[in-house]
Ligand binder design. Structure first.
Ligand SMILES: Nc1ncnc2c1ncn2[C@@H]1O[C@H](COP(=O)(O)OP(=O)(O)O)[C@@H](O)[C@H]1O
Ligand SMILES: [Mg+2]
Length: 243
């Protein structure tokens, strides 16, 4: 399989959103939310954009406190965190005022359990004006509505949608080293709409083709690949952890 970053419809929407937040005028709140079902490529897309735009990317974790979050941000800024909470907060603020950077926080669902961490992000935004983008699961939008002061600052909210037919075609054409027939593409579209499953299916199809000298994946061959038990629906432990 080719290692290519595919610019799906979701990705294009996300890029415009992040660029708009970064380039917005003064005095306009600049927080954003990206949410959607697991496996649609959110983490991959923000990782790609962060690397291109020198953004700070934080992955939240279960039981992450406000202090822990601040320490992660300080480390991403290339500094050693001070000891006192208020000092670390000021350290983050002064660094970001000097060199503004977009902060993206993945798996925000963990932080919605303890409101202090979420409020810390809001405070950083208010003091520095840097864009802060939260990324989470399908339920993140609802969960964040509980944090009214933060929710009011969300200028842009986008949902990663399941792939359309064109997305699936582009993903297969760009990632697969073996050609899929149109019927096979159609079948894959009807069976899955998650990146992870598509990636697994392409890998299996490539292996099968190699082992059997097949030049093209047609519907029948794809059915064989899809009935392989290892390409299951996404099971997401994370979903259970934060439920
Ligand atoms: N734009 C993309 N181009 C190529 N592969 C991708 C892309 N987005 C996701 N993937 C593949 O799908 C997998 C799952 O995506 P991920 O970003 O973890 O989904 P999410 O964060 O929405 O659960 C990635 O590990 C990667 O292999
Ligand atoms: Mg993710």
């Amino acid at each position: 399989m080719r290692k290519i970053f595919v610019k799906t419809k979701n990705v294009k929407q996300m890029v415009s959103m992040l660029n708009r937040l970064r380039d917005r005028g003064e005095g306009i709140p600049g927080m954003g939310l990206i949410y959607g079902e697991p496996g649609l490529g959110k983490t991959y897309a923000i990782t790609w954009w962060s690397a291109q735009n020198d953004a700070i990317l934080i992955r939240s974790a279960n039981l992450m406190s406000a202090r822990w979050l601040l320490e992660e941000i300080v480390e991403e800024l290339g500094e050693i965190p001070y000891n006192k909470y208020s000092d670390i907060f000021n350290q983050v603020v002064s660094q970001l005022l000097k060199t503004p950077k977009t902060i993206i926080v993945d798996e925000i669902d963990y932080l919605t359990i303890d409101s202090r961490a979420v409020e810390t992000l809001r405070d950083i935004h208010d003091k520095t004006d840097v864009p802060i983008v939260l990324v989470g699961m399908a339920t993140a939008n609802k969960r964040l509505q509980r944090h009214k002061h933060l929710y009011d600052r969300l200028l842009e909210i986008i949902k990663f949608e399941p792939f359309c037919k064109q997305d699936i075609n582009e993903i297969i054409d760009q990632l697969s080293e073996i050609t899929f027939t149109d019927c096979a593409k159609k079948l894959l579209f009807s069976k899955t709409n998650r990146f992870r499953q598509i990636v697994k299916t392409i890998t299996k199809a490539e292996q099968l083709a190699k082992a059997n000298g097949i030049k093209e994946i047609d519907e029948i061959t794809l059915k064989e690949v899809l009935t392989d038990g290892s390409i299951d629906d996404e099971t997401d432990n994370f979903r259970n952890e934060v439920a």
